[in-house]
Ligand binder design. Structure first.
Ligand SMILES: [Zn+2]
Length: 330
């Protein structure tokens, strides 16, 4: 397999290649240039983000590859709430990208944070590779997804590298702050993609690519005040749900933990149950993922609806379900 073009950009001094389980992943799907493990510290204070000399304030031309970028908080969030739609977009010709902002280090009561993060990184790499997604490294620890400058500089740099046409991320309000903050960071990183005077880490030129942001359902389909959240539209994931389950099964440490506490296969069944619940909300599909499109201002044209357009034969709008005037998108 030829090496990815971006391997030329790898800063080997910052990459702990020994931590990459090369035998277990499709290396071609991992952009090593995104690896910055040296920036993640376990249990200690975060390093400040240095403001480095930036490249001249120019923008790179619009990219021709259509890309969709799923940005979530923790390992397994994409699997639960976004992966079916991501897979459909791949089938529709999009290059798909996968990133968990936090490394999953708090996902164990038995192992220390560094060990847990290392295990969960390997699981997430395998999950992304299982669907042919480009994996991007996490940038912080669990419960440290703060809407702060260091995280914003790092995420914006990655968004500029990917130059997505579609960003999939969490609900603007979700059951825990990591999810809510991940959403805020993703939205602002997408907003700042084309602002050359905003310095990013590592430095990358701004991009002009229009981007449309979509919000997944909050966990449990409710906001923190227990109010039901209904999506604008539903994507049929009936033919993708077992692929999602197989992807989720890559997170073996979480499956083991939850199976021991909640019963065999509780972890995997929770995904089926979640998609079935959204499917019932759709009134049309057995299994579904739900989405709301972000306001276009600062991101794309008012008419832009790339997800709805690409997957038009797999979507039902909430208004149509309720007997209204039908979908408001092309
Ligand atoms: Zn999460």
């Amino acid at each position: 397999m030829p090496l990815p073009r971006r391997l030329n950009a790898v800063r080997l001094g910052a990459v702990r290649l020994g931590a990459v389980r090369l035998g277990a992943v499709r290396l071609g799907a991992v952009r090593l240039g995104a690896v910055r493990l040296g920036a993640v510290k376990y249990g200690g204070p975060r390093e400040p983000t240095p403001v480095r000399p930036q490249q001249p304030p120019t923008s790179t031309p619009r990219m021709t590859t259509r890309t969709a970028f799923a940005i979530a908080a923790h390992p397994d969030d994409i699997e639960f709430m976004m992966a079916g739609t991501l897979l459909h977009l791949k089938s529709a010709g999009f290059e798909i990208h996968y990133m968990n902002l936090a490394n999953g280090c708090c996902g164990s009561t038995e192992r220390d944070a560094a060990t847990t993060a290392m295990i969960r990184r390997g699981e997430a790499i395998r999950a992304a590779a299982s669907i042919g997604a480009v994996f991007h490294e996490s940038i912080c620890n669990d419960l440290e997804i703060f809407y702060d400058l260091a995280n914003l500089r790092r995420l914006t740099s990655i968004v500029r590298e990917v130059a997505p046409e579609i960003v999939l991320t969490h609900s603007p309000v979700d059951y825990m702050e990591d999810h809510t903050n991940a959403c805020r960071l993703a939205v602002t990183a997408a907003f700042a993609r084309g602002m050359p005077n905003f310095q990013v880490d590592p430095p990358r030129n701004a991009v002009r690519q229009a981007v449309t942001v979509y919000h997944a359902q909050p966990y449990s389909n409710h906001d923190p005040l227990r109010r039901l959240v209904e999506p604008d539209f539903f994507v049929d994931v009936g033919d993708m749900v077992e692929t999602k389950v197989a992807m989720l099964a890559c997170h073996a440490s979480q499956k083991q933990w939850l199976d021991e506490s909640q019963g065999i296969d509780a972890y995997l069944q929770a995904l089926r149950d979640s998609d079935a619940e959204v499917g019932r909300m759709s009134g049309a599909f057995r299994y579904a993922e739900g989405w709301r499109r972000h306001l276009h201002l600062g991101f794309c044209s008012a008419a832009a609806a790339p997800l709805e357009t690409a997957l038009s034969d797999r979507i039902v709008a909430r208004r149509a379900r309720d007997g209204g005037e039908g979908p408001s998108f092309p």
